[in-house]
Design a protein around this ligand. Structure first.
Ligand code: 0WD
Length: 254
């Protein structure tokens, strides 16, 4: 029997089959979970619907996390289709391309607020909407990156948004603990996905990891999916408010 047999998982952040959320959903399905999907906008519908079909998704609904009406209607569908559920995957981020290069000091107010809303506040909002529908023993996982704690060239505004995300995750862990709901983050090493293609000099970062990280290789979506499986399964029953680095060990280097 799979580690997630009988569990229901709601997945945010599939854009295509390179997305980290896709690998996580696939792994969860293999381990017996039932899945529900959302997609950010009409342009992604034709990519995410076939993925939902492939993985036997119970539903696949449009949900731009900046749109309160769509958030409300999504959770109405979740309640109707799932009743209660067990796992929330938050694998969402956005910052304007012009704020992911050059000097951080030049970040626009508009870009800053947008990045914070989509990349950090959305976790708080999704946790709030999930709380009444989550079973005891439920688990939330979000995706972060090392640029939150160290200055990484060009990561700029997204680093600041990830710092807010990580801190939000810890405060949410404290709030949700009494309901026996756990929440953790995975700090993934760089992986070539749609979101990563927006970061200037991404190839250089990939080469640096191969050269310097203890495991001398870049991580894959599958590496991250296995860590997500651990955090969302009963194997991690005592773990909450934590950040699990899945980065070939790069973060330990001085
Ligand atoms: O190197 C990497 N790829 C890393 C990614 C290293 C460490 C962390 N991460 C994080 C990202 O910051 C993000 O939080 O992992 C998460 C998933 O990213 P991904 O799988 O690398 O990228 P992608 O496949 O592009 O998925 C991110 C998705 C969006 O895709 P696009 O590319 O269309 O922006 O986030 C979703 C959307 O599906 N998203 C939204 N969802 C709902 N409402 C919104 C929104 N407003 N905006 C973006």
């Amino acid at each position: 029997m799979g580690l997630l047999a009988g569990k229901k998982a709601l997945i945010f952040g599939v854009a295509n089959n390179k997305s980290i959320a896709y690998a996580i959903a696939k792994k969860f399905k293999e381990e017996g979970a039932e899945l529900g999907f959302t997609y950010a906008g009409d342009a992604l519908k034709r990519r995410v619907e076939p993925i939902s079909e492939e993985l036997g998704g119970k539903f696949c609904v449009k949900c731009d996390v900046t749109n309160e009406d769509e958030l409300q209607s999504t959770f109405e569908v979740v309640e109707k289709e799932f009743g209660k559920f067990d796992i929330l995957v938050h694998s969402i981020a956005f910052a304007p391309a012009e704020d992911l290069k050059g000097r951080f000091i030049d970040t626009s107010k508009e870009g800053f607020l947008k990045a914070m809303e989509i990349s950090a506040y959305s976790l708080v909002r999704l946790a709030k909407l999930s709380e009444p529908l989550m079973n005891e023993g439920g688990s939330i996982v979000t995706m972060t990156y090392y640029g939150s704690v160290k200055v990484v060239k060009n990561y700029n505004l997204m680093g600041v948004a990830k710092a807010a995300l990580e801190s939000s995750m810890r405060y949410l862990a404290n709030d949700l603990g009494e309901k026996k709901i756990r929440i953790n983050a995975i700090s993934a090493g760089p992986i070539k996905t749609l979101a990563a293609s927006g970061i200037a000099g991404f190839r250089t970062i990939l080469s640096l990891i191969e050269e310097r990280a203890p495991l001398k290789r870049n991580v894959t979506q599958e590496d991250v999916a296995k860590a997500a499986l651990f955090l969302c399964s009963d194997m991690a029953s005592g773990v909450t408010g934590d950040i699990l680095y899945v980065d070939s060990g790069y973060n330990i280097l001085g």
